[in-house]
Design a binder for this molecule. Structure first.
Ligand code: ADP
Ligand code: NA
Length: 327
């Protein structure tokens, strides 16, 4: 038994970018110190809702494990595992799917965005949020770190906990959101959009494996505006304000401190300061990813151990669910 448990998942999309780090992973690391039970899953079942090359998927999973470890996820303080290695996720997802109405899923953001992009969508993409609910409820999780974009999906998990409890008796706690307080990191080439791995513009996204030279180049090419001073005005000056936000996030200083520090610098000079601060933060992580990534066997054995721990928690929950459902 436990009082509180944190659960979150991340798709194995390869090496995370600066937005993923500042918006999600950094707080994942911190949560290891505030909660006694913390689980992080590399959600490969979710990733196959988009077509994946098997070879690349396998490498992306290991890239993600190495990246999470390098960022500070500590396998002795949290359970780090690969979703598909714990079969109960799919099993619970089926049962929860039978408690979910079709219209309940139609308006959720993931489906609306991704099915329209391709003008079609698989059943898996449609029921993706049900699998997410299963991920969370399988461990009777109570706290789920999420980005704003995932709030509606968490609400489905809350609904499904309630629906299951009504139908089969009180069992699942209703999980609550731990919202990230960090501002979204914007694309360096188009600050009206968020930084994303799928940004087609070269130089728009800083990845955790970028070398110091890559980082300096990308930040030097960041879009600003025709004013040369440094101010923080996200609405009217999104480009330079994004650099200030990034600087704030990597240095731990306040907006006021950072802007005062930049007094007298033009945006060109300020970019060097920001680049330096980002390099300081990311360079140890990059080196650690490289070091870990060289040892496949270690990463795979770590995943095997994580899956074993996760299965030990999932098995009794599923056993009870099966009994209640009438199996
Ligand atoms: P992407 O947009 O690159 O596909 P994901 O949607 O896979 O990223 O997001 C993984 C996690 O990283 C989520 O918690 C999401 O909220 C966070 N995240 C993604 N992009 C950013 C960003 N630009 N700024 C802050 N957080 C972000
Ligand atoms: Na996501």
């Amino acid at each position: 038994t436990h009082d509180e448990r944190v659960f979150s998942g991340i798709q194995p999309t390869g090496v995370p970018h600066l937005g993923n780090y500042l918006g999600a992973l950094e707080s994942w690391v911190a949560l290891q110190g505030t909660f006694s039970s913390v689980m992080y899953s590399i959600v490969d079942l979710h990733s196959i809702t988009q077509t994946q090359d098997p070879q690349i998927l396998r490498e992306n999973i290991l890239d993600m494990v190495a990246s999470l470890l390098a960022c500070g996820i500590n396998p002795t303080r949290s359970i780090l595992f690969q979703q598909s290695q714990v079969s109960q996720h799919a099993e619970l997802s089926w049962i929860l799917g039978c408690l979910t109405s079709m219209p309940r899923l139609r308006h959720l953001p993931q489906w609306k965005m991704k099915s329209k992009q391709k003008n079609e969508g698989s059943v898996g993409l449609y029921t993706y949020p049900v699998l997410q609910a299963a991920d969370i409820l399988l461990y009777k999780s109570t706290h789920v770190p999420v980005g704003e974009d995932q709030i509606q999906h968490l609400e489905l998990a809350q609904d499904l906990a309630r629906i299951f409890n009504n139908q089969y008796g009180e069992f699942f706690p209703e999980p609550c959101a731990l919202l990230s307080s960090t501002r979204k990191v914007k694309s360096l080439r188009d600050p009206s959009t968020k930084m994303s791995k799928s940004d087609p513009q070269r130089l728009a996204t800083v990845f955790l494996t970028d070398t110091p030279d890559d980082i300096v180049l990308k930040i030097r090419r960041a879009v600003t505006d025709f004013n040369s001073n440094v101010t923080y005005e996200p609405e009217s000056r999104p480009g330079v304000s994004n650099l200030v936000s990034v600087h704030v996030a990597v240095s731990g200083q306040s907006v006021e401190e950072v802007v005062r520090l930049a007094d007298g610098l033009d945006t060109g000079q300020y970019k060097n300061v920001v680049a330096e601060a980002v390099v300081q933060k990311l360079e140890p992580i990059r080196q650690e990813i490289q070091r870990l990534r060289a040892d496949r066997g270690y990463l795979e054995s770590l995943l095997a151990e994580g899956a074993e721990k996760a299965r030990c928690l999932a098995a009794p929950v599923m056993m009870e669910v099966r009994k209640r459902v009438g199996f």
